[in-house]
Design a protein around this ligand. Sequence first.
Ligand code: 4AD
Ligand code: MG
Length: 449
Amino acid sequence: MKTDIGRCGQTEGNKHSNSSPHVYIENISQYEGQSVTLKGWLYNKRTGGKLVFIQLRDGTGIIQCVVFKPDVTDEIFKSAELLNQESSLIVTGIVKKDKRSPIGYEIGVSDLKILQLVENYPITPKEHGINFLMQHRHLWLRSSNQHAILRIRHELIKACRAFFDQHGFTLLDAPIFTPSACEGTTTLFATEYFGDKAYLTQSGQLYMEAGAMAFGKVYCFGPTFRAEKSKTRRHLTEFWMIEPEVAYACIEDIYDLAEEFICFIVKQVLSNKRDELVSLGRDIKLLECVVPPFPRISYSEALELLEKSGYSIEWGNDLGGDDETVLSNMFKKPILIHHYPAKCKAFYMKEDPKQPGQALCVDILAPEGYGEIIGGGQREENPDILEAKIKQHNLPLDSFQWYLDLRRFGSVPHAGFGMGIERALAWICGIKHVRETIPFPRMLYKIYP
Ligand code: 4AD
Ligand code: MG
């Protein structure tokens, strides 16, 4: 998009002419020497004698606009001097090459129109505490780091979709209201549903299994909900998950698919959002290491590695966040951990017939201490075993009749995985906490704004 999509706020002078078209800062290099109009907000300002330097942001970039007193009317110069942080304004001027500018250009201002003069914008260039920033998340999004993270998020989501689209998967949207639990009953959000109870979905997986039997290879991408009672840097109550599911696939197929997928998305973000990663201070070299093959270790081998580092876990217990941190600090690349004890995992997991008590499952831990970003596995395809598992987990059989139908009518081995976008993004961006990886995070006791 080179020019404006709307006419809002056009100055009188160029309302009906193309002499100074509205352009976006990211396209500014195409307009060298021309007069253009920019519409945005004041990011920062400096004044000095006959000059006012306006850092203007328009959502696509930041550019310096230089107001030189002899070039404009007194009225315009005075209004430029008055401008404060986040005032909305429309600037017209000539695009000039400038070696000192981070984007290579600046604007020599000829006209300026203020839409709103702002006073006391709460987020100033000084340091603010995280609680203050979270309370002002709706404004914090305008800051350069948050902006970079969310542009990378967009790229990451595009990459996730592109991968599955290019591999013959059909996108199948999973429902948000569900009659039953997928990932355990302790983290369900319940809601009233016409006199009945419904739950916000924890995962689209069960529906993707129906989809795989209909389309062969499917994926869903959407919000998922977990009433996580713990406050950690990895947990949100609302997060976005991409979940592929494949018919006639076994667990090894999922190891390969997930590995190829992670390499693809990291590569695409590196190619298309390198500047944003650099602006966040991300060590690009570490991301460039993300190429196949990834180390593949069993849960039991993971326990041995932990033992050597002084963390002893009894076989049968799940790995906790701290254990994942230790393990994922040991490797340069993401690692696959397979064959967890079946009792740590969800009801639908198939047990390895060769190693009873162990699930045909895989968790992928991102390196640098980030921990689990992917959970997946092969699903139980036998209707009798599955029914027994549902009962064993104290789940209501009635709500799972449709799910059992998938095993009654043309059951086949099948497998899939889910990746949380926010966890993957935190790792890719190199930021500690998932709260900055989603526009409006939802966490324990946190729902404002
Ligand atoms: O390991 P989980 O619970 O697996 C499932 O939901 C499967 N049904 C997926 C499947 O096989 N289709 O969750 C998958 C991923 C985790 O690895 C993590 O990235 C993310 O979802 N995740 C969370 N992200 C943020 N906050 C939370 N509370 C999360 N819980 C899981
Ligand atoms: Mg998991």
